[in-house]
Ligand binder design. Sequence first.
Ligand SMILES: NC(=O)c1ccc[n+]([C@@H]2O[C@H](COP(=O)([O-])OP(=O)(O)OC[C@H]3O[C@@H](n4cnc5c(N)ncnc54)[C@H](O)[C@@H]3O)[C@@H](O)[C@H]2O)c1
Length: 428
Amino acid sequence: MMEKIKNREAEIAVIGLGYIGLPTAIMFASVGFNVIGYEIRSEVVRRINNGNSHIIEPEINSLLKNVVEKGMLRATSNPEEIREKDAYLICVQTPLRKDKTPNLRYLEDAVKIVASVMKKGSLVIIESTVPPMTTVRMAELIEKLNGLKAGKDFYMVHAPERVMPGRIFKELVYNSRILGGITPESADLAEILYRSFVKGQIFKTDSTTSEMVKLMENTFRDVNIALANEFAFLAHQYGIDVFRAIELANTHPRVKIHTPGIGVGGHCLPKDPYLLLAPAKEDFGLIQKAREINEDMPLMAKDLLFEAFKLINLPPEEAIVVVLGLAYKGNSDDTRNSPAYAFIEAVQDDVGEIRSYDPYVSGTHESIEEALTGADAVVIATDHNEFKILSWEGLGKLMRNRILIDGRHLIEEPPKGFIFKGIGRGEY
Ligand SMILES: NC(=O)c1ccc[n+]([C@@H]2O[C@H](COP(=O)([O-])OP(=O)(O)OC[C@H]3O[C@@H](n4cnc5c(N)ncnc54)[C@H](O)[C@@H]3O)[C@@H](O)[C@H]2O)c1
């Protein structure tokens, strides 16, 4: 098997061709492996086989076309076509249920398919982000389903993905990687496989450690953002600008406070702390509290908006509110778990009308002028570059009342003629 991988003669099946699976399949195919992608969405299979990506990512269409035309990558919905491959990479989604517990149904379905078609000697890799101890549990599931012995008859690894959408093809190559094997031999095999294109460092460990590493990385960020948000909440009560305070605190050589804002979105940060906590019998409560703080931040923006309504005696039910930005981060079209939606949900029953404008997201108003005409309040929910250079004095003339709530610290100097409030900005 080692030789087969070294010579790029190993056949690879990638299970789940989404944001992670498709670029990964393309990378392995680009360096000479024969790759087949197994995906349950038939429309995605059809598009990929036509060399046409269903996800937006720089360079993806040309790279995909190239490997499809060379016959190195093909997609299928037929499990028979992934029978007896040398390596299986599982890249399916691992979301939360409504009650915030992990929904591992997609992962378990994928593992069951793999167990039914794999051969002795296969390498099974889980790239999905999973709760600690899941890889070991999945290895046991395979043993139970097909009788092969983990670590003896097949190898198994957790290889978490750390790429950021928008930079995926660079980061797949240059990021360092953690490979957690259920046995050291499993991690050794995976290392040879990933070395075919990874130029970053590769660290080998056991699978529960690698699961924990991935979840700790995102939890670290989430907890630190919650701390910054708590500072913002305090600064508001003390009437000072938290951003100036953070700037000054960060001049300390060992302090690096994160950025407060209207909330934390995206596919990973809002869910990974829950995946980390899920199997624990007990915890100290810090991670859970941080999540709650970040989930409540849209309500802080709502409070600022309603304080402003009071200042001009505007009954909220008559107010027209414009949300600027629906994406969860600046200069992106990604709206997954965006705090803009949580904000809209929090205010929609209390205000007269909600409008939205996001130049990256379809289905919003055509132009900012159109969205603002006759409106009473604007709430900035995304730090798109386009919003940093707006001429507020001109835009204000289109509005019925001029309330501006900055949820992303985009406005340095409050514009003249506006009632201005911002998360962490103290009193104006
Ligand atoms: N998107 C990111 O930026 C990112 C970054 C790091 C880690 N991750 C992790 O990687 C994993 C995948 O995330 P993603 O963003 O690629 O998800 P995604 O939803 O974009 O893709 C998952 C794909 O798997 C398919 N699928 C589901 N069940 C299947 C099954 N049983 N058989 C075959 N296909 C199946 C889905 O149809 C979908 O196309 C998650 O665990 C996520 O937390 C994602």
